[in-house]
Write a protein that binds this ligand. Structure first.
Ligand code: URC
Length: 301
């Protein structure tokens, strides 16, 4: 028997960093970090096969590393900080060739009090999180994915679904007016990078790209006269690819969270079609629509 694939690290390393700026202004960044080091040589695999721990960088050391690097570096851009952490493992330890670091950043938005931004008070203005997944590979370079996870949205009209295939197993009625609700999971794959310095120079573009993705997701969701979740998803991907040239691929995973109109006929009430007002939110099942959209070639969509 042989170890085909192995990696290990620390999960759920929770960090809150306070950034002290001029004149008493502060900013906070809260994140949950996961580190994973690849075990990809016979020598290193002995940690699994023979209990030889001599090359094992303890997961506790990995956790300490995250905290120390968070103290020493800017953590506001999760793509850059994840690269700093992953790059540290690959640079410092000659037997580590591939390190993967994932960061989930929570929302802490600044309070507005009496019309003014408060210098040190924040609130959770949404449960969606910003994610960054970085792999530093000493041969294949640096791969960066940025994401939005858990952005819950709903529109009460402006969504249709008709013309779909019908056969003896089809019962769904066609509709030109339905509720559309989903919990957005969106991921942007950036062009490959080769050095930490190159990644650091991209900080503003990572921040812009993520904001574009969140704005596009909400704008297309709200304004598209949706023919299907599939078609709306595709329009979101194309718009992001048009606006953020250094993104190679966009992936969405969109559950179709169904709302069905309640049958109120037994009570002599009409609750169908244009008169549908009372709906049952269905916990399960939900549809699940996913796609990855890439540029065709030479940056053309
Ligand atoms: O937008 C949709 N796409 C589907 O593929 C589908 N299937 C379904 O039952 N409802 C929907 N809605």
């Amino acid at each position: 028997m042989s170890v085909k694939q192995a990696s290990y690290g620390k999960d759920f390393v929770r960090v809150l960093k306070v950034i002290r700026e001029a004149e008493g202004k502060q900013t906070v960044v809260e994140m949950t970090v996961r580190t994973l080091l690849s075990v990809d040589t016979d020598e290193f695999k002995k940690s699994y096969t023979e209990g030889d721990n001599s090359l094992v960088i303890a997961t506790d050391t990995q956790k300490n590393t995250v905290n120390v690097l968070a103290k020493q570096h800017d953590v506001q851009c999760p793509e850059v900080f994840a690269t700093i952490v992953a790059n540290h493992f690959v640079e410092k330890y000659s037997h580590i060739h591939v390190a993967e670091v994932s960061i989930i950043q929570n929302r802490w938005s600044r309070m507005i009090i009496d019309g003014k931004s408060h210098p040190h008070s924040f609130y959770r203005d949404g449960n969606d999180v910003r994610s960054a997944l970085v792999t530093v590979d000493d041969k294949k370079g640096i791969t960066i994915k940025s994401g939005i996870k858990g952005l819950l949205v709903l529109k009460s009209t402006g969504s249709a679904f008709y013309g779909f295939h019908r056969d003896e197993l089809t019962t769904l009625a066609e509709t030109n007016d339905r509720i559309f609700s989903t919990k957005v999971d969106c991921q942007l794959l950036w062009n490959k990078f080769w050095t930490l310095d190159e990644v650091k120079l991209m900080k503003n573009e990572f921040m812009r790209g993520w904001n574009v993705a969140r704005d596009v997701t909400m704008r297309i969701f709200a304004t598209d006269e949706s023919a299907s979740v599939q078609n709306t998803l595709y329009k979101m991907c194309c718009d992001i690819l048009r606006q953020v040239m250094k993104v190679e691929e966009v992936n969405y995973s969109l559950p179709n969270k169904h709302y069905v109109n309640v049958d109120l006929k037994p009570f002599g009430l009409r609750n169908e079609g244009k008169e549908a007002e009372v709906f049952l939110p269905l916990a399960h099942p939900s549809g699940l629509i996913t796609a990855t959209v890439a540029r065709k070639s030479q940056g053309k969509i």
